[in-house]
Write a protein that binds this ligand. Structure first.
Ligand SMILES: *Cc1c(COP(=O)(O)O)cnc(C)c1O
Length: 457
């Protein structure tokens, strides 16, 4: 594949030029999805025996395909959990690919894994977990949660032979992310959801455990608290839950996929107290730590337990545990074997900017949520559903029904102005459709928020 011809050189330059102009564009066009049939009509067959040529393929990408995709770093993309990768991180994502390093084993990836690990050391330091705690970068929060659940269950089963054939139970709350349920299915475990979308209090957990039959109680192998619910930014009572988990000898996992970035923000750090007692923690650098997709992380209090659960064995892998090649093998601590060194873009960006800049950018997201809260309260036609939490704001347009929110979302998105999506909030009387902001991008302005609220008038 390395026969360099002049066309390829030119195409490479075009691609790099495009990448540079894209990351310099602070107000990219907000794309809108098209139906697959429409795209087919516009693009035709691109994968053919002869190939259509890089020039043509790239033109189709720029003129059609990318326009039917949504840039997550648009300053008025405030739906779901948006993102805002730094330029340094994005450019280094290209470098990571160009470098062609296999990131599973120290033997092949030592230097790059060393760099990833320095970024990981900073993440671990944010949690305040004790010496020895360490982690690996994963494809995202879902894989991180899965890797933690597999480790927790293995530990539970190792601890008591009777558990080896028992179907386990994970306890979480309604505020937990959908990936908890989905990954419990993957490992064939049951999930017991405590009925609350607000802060999960330790008293809820204590009651739930007390009400379980002895048989079910014995099946509980993990409690999963959320530190920054995806919907509302709520942080569970981590310290209280940690205390119960310790006395009941249950694995304590904290899912901070979205909220974890805010561990670096002094103004809210106290809300996370107790996270240092977790057995495992999920943090997604691709959410609030300005990494490009895909980059999650799983951190373990005792990485040896993860290794017991995850290390793969096989004759062609033996060399990787040989004395001459010994080192930190990321594949030992999560479910993936072959992996890109996906922590490298984060490392380069951290090394470039320093962690103080990160703290500032994260604090800005929290500040934007406070600004939005004030504007919503001042505005006659809107009101807060609850006080902003971390960078999430739930609010209602007085008098609107689900259909009004839906039509409003499409209208703003189609016109290329903004992407703000409705969500549901569980009131005591039942679920209500409301509007939601999630701020990540520090370049979002107060004017952006005003302009969006104005379109609700
Ligand atoms: C986003 C999110 C996840 C899933 O992470 P992915 O990176 O999308 O796989 C899990 N838990 C929480 C709390 C999240 O916000």
């Amino acid at each position: 594949m390395h026969n360099v011809d002049i066309d390829l050189v030119e195409m490479s330059l075009d691609i790099i030029k495009y990448a540079i102009s894209r990351i310099s564009d602070t107000d990219p066009k907000l794309g809108f999805p098209r139906k697959a049939e429409e795209l087919k009509a516009l693009v035709g067959d691109t994968v053919t025996p002869e190939g259509i040529g890089g020039e043509r393929a790239f033109a189709l990408f720029k003129d059609v395909l990318v326009k039917a995709s949504v840039p997550i770093d648009h300053p008025r993309h405030l739906a779901f959990v948006p993102a805002s990768p730094t330029r340094a991180a994005v450019m280094f994502d290209l470098v990571t690919s160009a470098t062609s390093v296999h990131g599973a084993f120290w033997l092949e990836g030592a230097g790059c894994i060393f760099a990833e690990n320095q970024a990981m050391e900073w993440l671990v330091s944010l949690t305040g977990m004790p010496a020895g705690a360490f982690g690996v970068f994963t494809s995202g929060g879902t894989e991180a949660n899965l890797s933690a659940m597999v480790t927790a269950r293995e530990y539970w089963r190792e601890g008591d032979e009777r558990n080896s054939k028992t179907r386990g139970i994970v306890i979480a709350s309604n505020g937990a992310h959908s990936s908890i349920n989905a990954m419990a299915k993957v490992i064939d475990a049951d999930v017991l959801l405590i009925e609350t979308e607000s802060r999960l209090e330790s008293s809820h957990l204590a009651e739930t455990l007390a009400q379980m039959s002895a048989e079910d109680r014995a099946r509980v192998f993990a409690v999963i608290a959320t530190a920054g619910t995806t919907n509302a930014g709520i942080i569970d009572d981590l310290a209280g839950i940690a205390t119960i988990c310790r006395s009941e000898e249950i694995w304590f996992h904290v899912d901070a996929a979205y909220g974890g970035g805010a561990l670096a923000a002094r103004s809210v750090r106290h809300l996370f107290n107790g996270i240092e007692q977790a057995d495992s923690v999920t943090i997604d650098p691709h959410k609030w730590l300005f990494s490009p997709y895909d980059c999650g992380a799983i951190i373990y209090r005792d990485p040896k337990l993860a290794k017991k659960a995850h290390a793969q064995e096989g004759s062609y892998l033996d060399i990787f545990s040989d004395e001459g090649a010994k080192g930190f093998n990321p594949s030992d601590y999560q479910i993936q074997l072959t992996r890109r060194v996906r922590g490298l873009p984060l490392w380069f960006s951290l090394a470039t900017h320093g962690t103080d800049r990160y703290e500032k950018a994260i604090e800005r997201g929290i500040e934007l949520a406070q600004i939005a809260g004030r504007l919503i309260s001042e505005c006659e036609h809107t009101e807060l559903v609850r006080e902003p939490s971390l960078s999430c704001v739930l609010y209602r347009r007085k008098g609107w029904e689900a259909e009004d929110y839906r039509a409003w979302t499409y209208k703003n998105h189609k016109s290329g102005f903004a992407l703000v999506a409705p969500t549901k909030w569980r009131n005591p009387e039942g679920p209500e459709t409301v509007s939601r902001f999630c701020f990540i991008n520090p370049d979002t302005t107060e004017k952006d928020i005003r302009d969006i609220l104005f379109t609700m008038a």
